[in-house]
Design a protein around this ligand. Structure first.
Ligand SMILES: [Zn+2]
Length: 101
């Protein structure tokens, strides 16, 4: 019967580790990798996750967290591609005449 308890312990370990890893990874923008780390490494994986860099994009206007690659901030609606994307430096486009009339 001890084998069963060992099996249950392993399953519980993997499930709990995966859930906590998922939640920790989600705070870093990589929930899948976090879950995998939690399942295979348990609390050691959690510690690893805590050292990860935050992969999420932050809105420069309201500092809200937005999904990676988002074009618009879902909090304040500001354009993120203007500031966030690695735009070519000093691309001077000939400005059209704004004067109307
Ligand atoms: Zn914003």
């Amino acid at each position: 019967m001890e084998d069963v308890f060992v099996l249950i312990a392993i399953v519980v370990w993997a499930v709990v580790g995966g859930i906590v890893g998922y939640l920790l990874g989600r705070q870093r923008g990589t929930p899948e990798a976090g879950a995998a780390m939690g399942v295979f490494l348990g609390f050691v994986g959690w510690l690893f996750i805590l050292t990860w860099k935050d992969e999420r994009t932050k809105c420069p206007q309201c500092l809200g967290v937005v999904p990676k690659g988002a074009a618009l901030c879902m909090h304040c609606g500001s354009n993120l591609q203007k500031n966030g994307a690695p735009a070519p430096p000093l691309q001077v486009s000939a400005p059209t005449n704004d004067r109307e009339g």
